[in-house]
Design a protein around this ligand. Structure first.
Ligand SMILES: Cc1cc2nc3c(=O)[nH]c(=O)nc-3n(C[C@H](O)[C@H](O)[C@H](O)COP(=O)(O)OP(=O)(O)OC[C@H]3O[C@@H](n4cnc5c(N)ncnc54)[C@H](O)[C@@H]3O)c2cc1C
Length: 360
């Protein structure tokens, strides 16, 4: 009998595993895939979570954060305009290939029992819980579901009217700018930022797009949708195979379901262009584990631990979802209505910066 079984070894699941293990809990962390591997992501790690990330990483991995490229500004390319905003404090750019593997190893170092290639098939019970995987069955006093946006455990019954997909790859670019560049077009956007700048003029950029499936399905098609991106990408050399994911669906955030705590994308998927998904995953994973530690120490009941998590999630994270979906709606306004708004944003960078802070 474990104290806690965590499903999913992404940022949310590993943050929960490290926090609970360091708090003295007996933890089993289950991951369907293997690390290291590329994941579809813009790889923009917002500043709000950098201190937490530094604390979660085991000492051999802290250089990942220390040496990460910093991103002090953003540029939005839309309707022929360029909106610029400073990012204060700067965010970090960390390839998921490295980030997820470092967090996974840090969970093992913290004392969690970590098992890869173990897909969870079902969860039953109301405490204790029985978790059935491709390789066996396990029992725990509590469960955190951190299995991401669209796992077999989180699928929404409703079909999305419009299908969105994500696609990303790394490319070589000479001296890339130190900005996160968001290229918007009808039916999607593509984010580009440096993930490695060796200093001798060579660099590695990550290009990650969220796009309607009827608009594009490959990065080449995505690049052709935006004139400035098409020109820029002509000089790129591929450094990784593209990875894709679908569908991308936005739902009302739900941090607790059937006695199970949900963290990261499993609880709620925030618009990728605001670059806060990794931060939310780290923070909600750590928060879920902290709330459960009281239950493992017999200070509170499981129901109380869940209620505490639900209330803290509502207070800290739900406003971020509201602010980012307002910006998404604004960006999807008809071009004629968008025009005066873009004029205001272009001429008042402080207001643009304020909008960015609302998504944090
Ligand atoms: C196009 C795009 C661009 C993005 N850009 C950014 C960005 O720049 N910055 C940012 O912060 N966020 C970005 N995001 C969002 C970010 O990628 C996610 O918010 C983040 O990965 C969430 O972490 P997580 O741990 O909740 O889920 P995940 O990283 O998805 O991890 C979930 C894990 O659970 C495992 N799993 C699933 N089902 C099972 C099962 N049944 N049993 C066992 N294991 C299971 C999966 O294999 C996976 O490893 C982007 C997303 C997209 C789609």
């Amino acid at each position: 009998m474990y104290d806690l079984i965590i499903i999913g070894g992404g940022p949310a699941g590993t943050a929960a595993a490290i926090t609970a293990s360091r708090g003295g809990a007996h933890v089993l962390l289950l991951e369907r895939g293997r690390f290291p591997r590329h994941k579809v992501c813009g790889e923009f790690v917002s500043a709000e979570s950098l201190e937490l990330l530094g604390a979660l990483l085991a000492s051999p991995h802290v250089s990942l954060l220390r040496d990460a490229v910093r991103i002090p500004r953003s540029r939005v390319f839309l309707d022929g305009r360029v909106l610029q905003a400073r990012i204060r404090p700067p965010s970090a750019s960390i390839a998921r290939l490295d980030l997820d593997a470092a967090l996974w190893q840090s969970a093992t170092s913290a004392g969690a029992e970590t098992r890869q290639q173990q897909a969870v098939q079902s969860i039953s019970g109301a405490g204790p819980f029985r978790v059935v995987t491709s390789d066996g069955e396990f029992e725990a006093r509590a469960v955190i579901n951190a299995s991401g946006r669209w796992s077999n455990l989180n699928r929404a019954s409703e079909a999305a009217a419009v299908k969105w997909l994500g696609v990303k790859a790394h490319f070589a670019e000479a001296s890339p700018p130190d900005s996160v560049d968001l290229y918007f077009f009808d039916g999607g956007y593509c984010g580009v930022q440096p993930v490695d700048c060796s200093g001798n003029g060579s660099g590695r950029v990550n290009a990650a797009a969220m796009v309607r499936a009827d608009v594009a399905s490959t990065l080449a098609e995505v690049f052709s949708k935006h004139p400035a991106l098409l020109v820029r990408s002509r000089h790129w050399q591929p450094l990784s195979d593209p990875v894709t994911t679908s569908p991308l669906m936005f739902r009302v955030p739900q941090p607790v379901r059937d006695g199970i705590l949900l963290a990261g994308d499993a609880a709620g998927f925030v618009d990728p262009f605001v670059g806060d998904g990794i931060s939310l995953a780290l923070r909600s994973g750590a928060l879920a584990a902290e709330c459960l530690l009281g239950f493992f120490r017999k200070n509170v009941s499981l129901a109380d631990a869940e209620a505490n998590y639900q209330a803290a999630y509502q207070r800290r994270f739900v406003p971020i979802f509201g602010a980012s979906s307002k910006i998404r709606r604004m960006l999807r306004l008809p071009r004629a209505l968008r025009k005066p708004l873009l004029f205001i944003l272009e001429s008042t960078p402080a207001f643009t910066e304020y909008l960015v802070t609302r998504t944090r």
